[in-house]
Ligand binder design. Structure first.
Ligand code: HEC
Ligand code: HEC
Length: 403
């Protein structure tokens, strides 16, 4: 597959540049409208959500439904968002033109990839599973171990990690600057005619990712007052989820179903995988050993397998983990400082089922962005080979990279 792509890359670059530019004018223009759920104010897109009308979490109890949103990223221009969308799908951003951000963050897989651990340019699995990108606009810590604080900084991770996209800043800039279409798209989005700069690439990717809003699930309709939106089983599950017995909402706090904190819960590694110290490294503190960012549970049914290592294949197993007793999966020779809200709740099987049913009501993909039909690089936007492989070979996949 890789050599086939290499041919494509070569083809794309060997086209006479004039032909390229003519095509470019026709095929590529940036949207000047904001995505749905945003309104255009003074040239930039501002989020519009019912949740902005609610007060803070204070005084409403744990897991209150009409709680406000934390600070978030918006204020990007429509063109920056649209340029980010094109970049996100373009394998030109990787070392060898083989994968894009969307290879591991696929829109139809909840912006994740169905794998326990993602596969990068080397064809090998990376250390952890790919988190969803829905609602990243509301986060202030990125990666499972919270090692990055902005989306701009985060983007450097996958781009330049030798096991992920394997690129270098020099090659990335060179490839984009030698593409006439990208030159003109960046000039349009940033009103700046010079060379493309790294911070513009990060900003456009941030703008696009900040537009991936999922706040209109059946749960949200319920939260805004339309009580028929949830079934009685889902409401039962929601109440168990919010109860001080299960305590799920202490960490997976509405409306985002995360409190943006790191917690040690002691979830196990897959058989044969070494223990992942997680946030101990980030914070250089032993009490954070095995600590991971509390993930959002929105669109959770779309993103198996679960946990940082993809240990659990399905949602019921992931929920049942909490019921198997505090510290049930901690390796014998290890001391973990497990969070005080991780207890042994002794939920009944019915209650576990009800929670799982409730989590199914957190699905909203209505603002899924359009996948570009073609890309400025000429490479295929969603690599169907890669998708096919990840679909069929799920767990033991090793891509044959052709050399
Ligand atoms: C090879 C697969 C792969 C590619 C390609 C990839 N990612 Fe990721 N992404 C991951 C994995 C795995 C993680 C989690 C890594 C960790 O926590 O250590 C992640 C984490 C993230 C996060 C953090 C989300 C959170 O909740 O903390 C963001 C944002 C993100 N990726 C965006 C991108 C962007 C933008 C690109 C393209 C420039 C990209 N990714 C390319 C696999 C990938
Ligand atoms: C102390 C905070 C805390 C509490 C309480 C808590 N969780 Fe979690 N949850 C986490 C963290 C941290 C992770 C990620 C752990 C990892 O990957 O190792 C997680 C992961 C998950 C996942 C997998 C998400 C994914 O994207 O892979 C599910 C599902 C989940 N929790 C559901 C629940 C339910 C249901 C409850 C209540 C029974 C609950 N959680 C209670 C912190 C918490």
């Amino acid at each position: 597959m890789r050599s086939f792509l290499a041919v494509l890359v070569t083809l794309a670059f060997s086209l006479p540049s004039q032909a390229n530019e003519v095509d470019a004018g026709k095929a590529f223009s940036l949207n000047s409208q904001c995505p749905a759920s945003f309104s255009l104010e003074n040239g930039v897109c501002r989020l519009v959500s019912q949740y902005q009308f609610y007060d803070s979490v204070q005084g409403r109890g744990v897991g209150g439904t009409q709680t406000s949103l934390p600070p978030y990223r918006d204020g990007f221009s429509p063109k920056q968002i649209d340029l980010g969308r094109i970049l996100f799908f373009d394998p030109l951003l990787s070392k060898d033109g083989s994968i894009s951000c969307a290879s591991c963050h696929q829109p139809d897989k909840g912006f994740s990839d169905d794998l326990d651990r993602s596969i990068g340019v080397t064809g090998e699995k990376v250390a952890r599973s790919a988190p969803t990108l829905w609602n990243v606009a509301f986060l202030d810590k990125f990666f499972w171990d919270a090692r990055s604080n902005t989306l701009e900084e985060q983007a450097m991770g996958p781009l330049f990690d030798p096991k992920e996209m394997g690129n270098t800043p020099e090659k990335l800039l060179h490839d984009l600057n030698s593409n006439a279409v990208y030159k003109s798209l960046f000039a349009e989005a940033f009103e700046h005619g010079g060379d493309i700069e790294l911070n513009q690439i990060y900003k456009a990717l941030t703008a696009f990712q900040s537009s991936l809003i999922s706040l209109n699930s059946r749960y949200d309709q319920y939260a805004h007052g339309y009580h028929q939106a949830l079934t009685s089983q889902e409401i039962k599950g929601m109440n168990v989820f919010r109860s001080f017995v299960a305590r799920c909402a202490e960490c997976h706090q509405p409306p985002l179903f995360t409190n943006n904190q790191v917690a040690v819960i002691g979830a196990p590694e897959p058989e044969g995988q070494p223990f992942d110290i997680g946030a101990e490294k980030t914070f250089n503190h032993f009490k954070m050993k095995g600590g991971f960012k509390v993930p959002t549970l929105r669109n959770i049914v779309k993103t198996p397998p679960y946990m940082h290592s993809g240990r659990y294949d399905n949602l019921r197993e992931a929920v049942a983990f909490y019921n198997d007793g505090r510290g049930n999966a901690v390796p014998e020779d290890m001391t973990l400082y497990i969070h005080w809200h991780i207890t042994s709740p002794e939920l009944t099987e019915d209650e576990v089922d009800a929670i799982v049913a409730f989590l199914g009501a957190l699905t909203d993909e209505s603002l899924t962005p359009r996948i570009p039909d073609t890309l400025p690089s000429g490479l295929p936007p969603v690599d169907s080979n890669y998708q096919q492989l990840t679909n069929t070979n799920n767990n033991n996949l090793k891509l044959n990279n052709g050399h």
